[in-house]
Each structure stands twice: as structure tokens, then as C-alpha cells.
Design a protein around this ligand. Structure first.
Ligand code: UDX
Length: 460
């Protein structure tokens, strides 16, 4: 039943319960999705872990329920020897009881107000069995690209083919992967250092995505048209591509770290499209020597740069201790370093000329939305897949194929920032930016997909 709210919002008298994975790159799109659904009249409850919990005061229109996790048992393993598969498996086991109790209590107390469904991050594969037990439809939010999921679905993580242990000396290293030829063996090597664990994790996640009532993707049809066509063969559940989510609002408020906004007065003084923006996201780590190569690359290229260095991002350092000697004096006003930037606004700033990124999916999408070509330094999981798409499929950036080497860095920055090749990349990404805007506008693909999702949830 629908009624008209006092502010013109259709009130659907239905509540949706959402359960984000507690990492920046996953919390942001889930909160953005919650806001999108709220503006379509649904009431929102967020179940969240104690670890990395969102700040409820930023969202007075949502109800928040904290559940006990047992992260303290393993967080001492962060950041150094983090095995992502182990960590995600632990998460899926440690939250079962508290999530089930919380969800059951919410359903019991909902009374007249119907709970339509629960939307969980796809990584929380355990939630499908809980939702089934409670006879509640579960829709998943997958925060990566569709291409990433299709690749995960066919990559032979369990095989003995040694795909995952090749070194640069192996002749296969540059070859396309037969199961997913968009990728090279060298990309697959980067996805994980624990193929067995990754195989267990992906098979659990993918099977529970296939068993769900639907999949929401933070992508848009025009970007992944072929992938979207292939998807139903292996994922025969409704799919909704209503991204990029962050474009529904003026700026994101779901940052877990305080964003340094002092940089705008500096950015405002830089020439148009001159600044190289560097950030490797919320979980990637680099070694001290890689960090120094980045610094030398930025020093040598001679262009203005803004570098977001997350405290603890350099293994063994608190923050800037490992910078090359006199680096800060040498670059002077040409460079700015912050701990955490207001990234979406930096990318939208006219002075920003390119984005040197780890290619987390949010960062990749944010760059596309602002028409900023990329330099790609992927670290792990979906990032090498995103980077290969950026460089070889969409051709909107340059992949640092040999890792962090100052000479390669300088060359890559030149390729993106100057000359015909750079201009062509900029033209292609500008064209994608226009497609984003069309997809979100009335009648566009994301607009229609959102309406389909709203109708679908309303039908439960
Ligand atoms: C993680 C995984 O690494 C990634 O591969 C997966 O796709 C999502 O989860 P993360 O490292 O958090 O991603 O990167 P990304 O997905 O790009 O998200 C980072 C978010 O932090 C972006 O929304 C970005 O705007 C924001 N950010 C980053 C800032 O606000 N300031 C910064 O300085 C850096």
C-alpha cells in the first residue's frame, strides 16, 4: 500500500533491511543504495558490525542496529599478514548468530509495517541461509563490476595449472587466460596469493548470489553491455544495473576517515587538467621501496600532484617517514600530500588531469564519471581485472605493467597527460562520462533499472 508523504515522497510502508560489509569500498555503495531507496519511499534499517561501524548521526532518516562481531579475534592480524580469504571466511562465520538474532527480532517487531527484503553485500554469503530460514527474500549488492564476477566464475582457482604462481620469467606471463581472454596470466597472478582460499570464498559467494532473489550492481549498462548480456547464462536471477550510485547525490558522506578539505585553495590555483591525483584506496598496501619509486616518479615528472597517503599504507611506516630525503623541499608548492582526500570532488575539479589509482571499483567508476583518464596500479582481488578493462577494453588509461618503477611511472604519466594517445584516452572517457549522465537521466538505462528494482521490491 502506498501513501503520499508530506514532502512529495511516495511512502511505501515497506521497510528494507541492509547489511554492508564493513570496509570503505563496500560501505559507501551500500549507504548510497540505502539513500536511493529511501528517496523512493522505503524505510531503511541498517544492520552493521561493530567493526568500522557507520556514524548514525550522519543518517537520521535510517535506523541502525549494531550486531556483535568477533573481529577482535583476528584484527591483530591486520594490516601486515592479512589473508583476505581467511578474513572474509571468518567474517561469514562470526556474524551468523548475531545477524540471525537481529534480523529475527526486527521481523518480529515489525508489526503492521512489512519488511520487504534484506539486501546484503554479496561477500556475506552466509546471509542467504539465514534469510531462507526466516522466509525473507535476500537481494545482494555486488560492489564490483560485472566483468569481475564473470571472471571469478570461470577462473580455475583450484586447478593445478599454476596460473596463480607464474613469475615474470615464465613465457605464459603475458598470454591471455583461456577461460577469460580479456585477462592476461599476469593479472590473474595478482588477484590472490592463496588460490585455494580464493576458490573457496568465490564459490561460496557466487553460489549464494545465484540462490538470491536478485543482484544489484553498481555499474551501468553502457559500460558493460557484453558482460550484462552474458550474465543470465550463469546467474539466472534478476539483475539491476542502476549505477553509478554516487551520482545520485551531490557528494558522498559515508567516508570512514576525515577528508582533508584544505587542498581546494591549492587546487584552485593549478592550471586546467594539470594535476596528477594519486590514491591507492582504503585497503591497499605498498612496500617502502615501491613508495619511494612513486615519490621519485612524481618528483621527476615535473607536474603538480596531489597524493593521498593513508596512514599505515606503507608497510612498516606510520605515514611519511619513508619518503626520499628532501622530497618535500624539492617538490615544494608543486605537490600536496594529504592523509585522505575528498576524492569525488578532487576528481570533479577542473585542475585534475589524471588519476593514478589502485582501481578499486568505486575509484574506477568515480574517475569515469568525471572523465578523468587513469594510470593503473592494481593491488589485488578485483583491481587487476578493473585495471585490464581500463587499459585494454575501454582504453581510458595506462596500466603500469611492470609495477612501481620510476622510469615507467614517468612514461605512463606522459602518455596520459600529453600527446595524441593521451587526448584519445581523454576523448573516450569523456564519451563514457556522457553515457553515465544519459543512463541516469529520465528514460536512461540506470533510471529504468532503478524503477524496475523499486517495482520488484514493492512486489514482495
Ligand atoms: C575495496 C577493494 O580494494 C576494491 O577492489 C573493491 O572494488 C571495493 O573494496 P577500496 O580500496 O576501498 O576498495 O577502493 P575503492 O573501491 O576505490 O573505494 C575507495 C573509496 O574511498 C572511494 O569511494 C573513494 O572516493 C574514497 N576515497 C579514497 C576518499 O574519499 N579519499 C581518499 O583519499 C581515497
Amino acid at each position: 500500500m502506498e501513501t503520499n508523504g508530506s514532502h512529495g515522497i511516495t511512502v511505501r510502508c515497506k521497510r528494507i533491511i541492509l547489511f554492508p560489509l564493513p570496509f570503505q569500498g563496500h560501505i559507501s555503495p551500500m549507504i548510497q543504495l540505502a539513500n536511493i531507496l529511501h528517496t523512493h519511499g522505503f524505510k531503511i534499517t541498517i544492520i552493521h558490525t561493530e567493526y568500522n561501524s557507520p556514524n548514525p548521526s550522519n543518517y537520521p532518516h535510517f535506523i541502525f542496529k549494531s550486531i556483535k562481531d568477533r573481529f577482535s579475534e583476528i584484527t591483530d592480524k591486520l594490516p601486515g599478514n592479512l589473508d583476505t580469504n581467511y578474513f572474509l571466511k571468518h567474517l561469514n562465520e562470526s556474524c551468523v548468530d548475531s545477524f540471525r538474532d537481529c534480523l529475527a527480532a526486527l521481523l518480529a517487531e515489525s508489526g503492521e509495517e512489512r519488511v520487504a527484503c534484506v539486501i546484503t553485500d554479496a561477500v556475506f554469503y552466509f546471509a542467504q541461509a539465514v534469510a531462507d530460514d526466516l522466509k525473507l527474500p535476500r537481494i545482494v549488492l555486488r560492489t564490483s563490476s560485472i566483468g569481475c564476477v564473470l571472471a571469478y566464475n570461470v577462473l580455475p582457482f583450484y586447478s593445478k595449472k599454476a596460473y596463480f604462481n607464474l613469475t615474470k620469467q615464465d613465457s605464459d606471463y603475458e598470454e591471455p587466460v583461456p577461460e577469460y581472454p580479456t585477462l592476461k596470466f599476469k593479472d590473474v597472478v595478482k588477484i590472490t596469493n592463496n588460490p585455494q582460499g580464493m576458490g573457496d570464498f568465490t564459490s561460496n559467494m557466487l553460489s549464494q548470489m545465484k540462490a538470491s532473489s536478485g543482484i544489484i550492481w553498481n555499474t551501468f549498462k553502457e559500460l558493460e553491455e557484453c558482460e550484462l548480456e552474458t550474465l543470465p547464462q550463469d546467474f539466472p536471477v534478476p539483475s539491476f544495473t542502476l549505477g553509478p550510485f554516487h551520482k545520485y547525490f551531490s557528494a558522498s558522506t559515508s567516508s570512514l576517515i576525515v577528508q582533508d578539505r584544505t587542498i581546494f585553495s591549492w587546487l584552485d590555483k593549478q592550471p586546467s587538467k594539470s594535476v596528477v591525483y594519486v590514491s591507492f584506496g582504503s585497503v591497499a598496501y605498498i612496500t617502502e621501496s615501491e613508495f619511494q619509486e612513486v615519490a621519485h616518479g612524481l618528483d621527476n615528472m615535473g607536474l603538480p600532484f596531489l597524493w593521498a597517503i593513508r596512514p599505515g599504507m606503507v608497510v612498516g611506516s606510520e605515514w611519511l617517514e619513508s619518503l626520499p630525503e628532501k622530497f618535500l623541499e624539492r617538490v615544494g608548492e608543486r605537490g600536496r600530500i594529504v592523509k585522505w582526500s575528498p576524492q569525488q570532488e578532487v576528481l570533479a575539479h577542473p585542475a585534475t588531469g589524471c588519476f593514478w589509482t589502485h582501481n578499486g571499483w568505486n575509484s574506477t567508476l568515480e574517475s569515469i564519471c568525471e572523465g578523468v583518464p587513469m594510470i593503473c596500479s592494481p593491488w589485488f582481488v578485483d583491481q587487476p581485472i578493473n585495471a585490464r578493462y581500463v587499459s585494454d577494453v575501454w582504453k581510458i588509461g595506462v596500466l603500469l605493467e611492470d609495477g612501481f618503477k620510476r622510469v615507467g611511472i614517468e612514461k605512463a604519466i606522459k602518455r596520459v597527460m600529453t600527446g595524441k594517445e593521451g587526448q584519445e584516452m581523454r576523448d573516450r572517457i569523456t564519451c563514457l562520462k556522457e553515457k553515465v549522465n544519459l543512463s541516469l537521466a529520465e528514460g536512461g538505462s540506470s533510471f529504468r533499472s532503478l524503477n524496475n528494482l523499486v517495482d520488484y521490491i514493492s512486489s514482495f
